[in-house]
Design a protein around this ligand. Structure first.
Ligand SMILES: [Mg+2]
Length: 187
């Protein structure tokens, strides 16, 4: 992929407290829940199509943005790194990047180019956003762009391996139970 640019489908625009989620089986974006607390997505949040992460969902992406878009919009994101998140014991990595088609981010080529406070804000958001749900989120630091792209490759391969089973009724639950039993993807 040229300059680590990937296609993200936006689920949640920056500033929203509505947790919209895409459902691969119904092909719809639905409101999963309103965040329990006064927490707001600090970037554009979505996923990479045709990927499967260890939490049973497509690989997540959070991107810096100047002007929020809309749920369902496809955006080219230049990946700068990843946030190694563990959500309720499951590996739930977030790719991190910037809009590739916003000239304001042209000088952002890797994690070191991003102001520290913006990274701190995003990290803090993920550590806090489930606090009132009494769910534990851990972050094992940030990964480089290279690590992020490797993660993406693995999630694409996993999608190909499981897509037939995944699309059957109850398929996702079955796969998740299998992974748990084998200790796969646990943080
Ligand atoms: Mg996820």
């Amino acid at each position: 992929m040229e300059n680590n640019v990937i296609k993200m489908i936006v689920e949640i625009p920056k500033g929203s407290s509505n947790k919209y989620e895409y459902d691969i089986n119904t092909n719809e974006i639905s409101l999963d829940r309103v965040l329990y607390g006064a927490n707001f997505y600090p970037g554009e949040y979505g996923f990479v199509p045709e990927t499967l992460d260890w939490d049973g969902d497509p690989l997540d992406v959070i991107s810096l943005v100047t002007y929020p878009t809309l749920p369902g919009v496809g955006v080219n994101v230049r990946i700068l790194g990843s946030i190694k998140m563990i959500d309720a014991g499951e590996i739930d990595t977030k790719l991190f990047g910037v809009f590739a088609d916003d000239r304001r981010f042209d000088s952002y080529k890797n994690l070191e180019d991003v102001p520290q406070h913006l990274k701190d804000e995003i990290e803090n958001f993920f550590l806090q956003y489930k606090a009132l749900q009494k769910k534990e989120v851990k972050i094992n630091g940030w990964g480089s762009a290279q690590e992020a792209m490797h993660e993406l490759k693995e999630c694409k391969e996993r999608f190909i391996e499981y897509k037939d089973r995944y699309s059957k009724p109850g398929g996702k639950d079955e796969i998740m139970a299998e992974w748990k039993e084998k200790g796969l993807g646990q943080g």
